[in-house]
Design a protein around this ligand. Sequence first.
Ligand SMILES: [Zn+2]
Ligand SMILES: [Zn+2]
Length: 408
Amino acid sequence: MRFSDFCPPDAQPPDQHELLDSTPVSSVATAVAASSRLGQTRTMRDGGYQRWSQATLGIVGAGLLGSRLTLDAVSSGVGSVRVYDFDTGQAENQATPYVRPGVPKVETLAAACEALRAGVVRGYPIDIRHAGLSHWRQCDVLVDCSDDASLAWPLTETANGTGTPLLRCAVDGSGQWELGRVLCSASRPGSACQLCSYSLEELGRVLERTPCPGAADELAPTIAGGAIASAVAAVALLQAQRLVTGNDLDQVLDREILLDLTHMQMHALRLPRSAECLSGHLEWQPLRAASPGPGMTLRQLFQLAGRMHDDRPVMLCGYQHPLNVQAFCSCGHVAPAAGTDWASPPSCVRCGAATNWLKETQREGVYLHEAEGLGIADRPLGELGFPDDGSLWLVRDQQRLLGRLLLE
Ligand SMILES: [Zn+2]
Ligand SMILES: [Zn+2]
């Protein structure tokens, strides 16, 4: 086949000599061979392969889409992959590659990838919303393959805040159509984010479906086949490569790619950036503070935040981690207890059964005297269900936001 078979008449064939990376990506002969071949592809031109071979891809979801994308990314020579999924494989997932019943999905996937290229994939059996910003800052691109509509707001806001380009992939899970999409959300270079086209009403509908962490069983199962998943994963891989290499960015930024295999069609929709975007395209400039380690207490955090804000009393709000202050039991007993949704509530003092957080009494944050009243001022942050690594805190004074504090 000829180059002109695939390109518009005015396109120029790539210069083979220009495309070869001048620096070998590895001393291993096979890696050099792969580099010289992949470096000749359009997407990897102009040193693109070298950038790809040093990039870290974050992938949310190790199921139908995420497992395929991870394997292809590893095969294509990406530097490293971090996969996030708190779910455990079930017998019903067996049509998904690399899922074993009773084993965390990320564990099975990482083991399969280890056979391809050792040490490239690391799996984290956690919710991406609880991973902490350190994880985001390690990733050159984050690809959300969780297919969870309720993550639109939290992932987009964090991607905008950290300046991480985000790709959101989905397949039609109704079983009626062979349909999927890959959407690019990247506000930092001045492009559209996923929320640019959202109205408040639409966003409210999406938020209503937010599941509780660990409650994945309550989500409707995705009914979709491997063919559409492979096609969507392939487009996602290409778009991730373009974002990393900087080649053909006009085909990624401000774009949503729709794949309709039912009718064998592909559409590149334009997503215009909106100045009225509900996200505000806010880029965070957090104050950074060194964390003394996982044992840091809420009181120590108050001291730190106070010093950074003229020793005035401040309210601390864990980003995307509201604090529960009561738990209820099926026996009817309600008791004071404190922790975020990522902490387990204590057993019922009346009957000994497991309890649930009473979400109606959840609060965004606390002042120090309130934390003392709840008996949690001297408890480690991790024990209360805040991220151990890279937690972000909003520092407030009454209703005013004084700043953001990032523990590293
Ligand atoms: Zn936007
Ligand atoms: Zn009880």
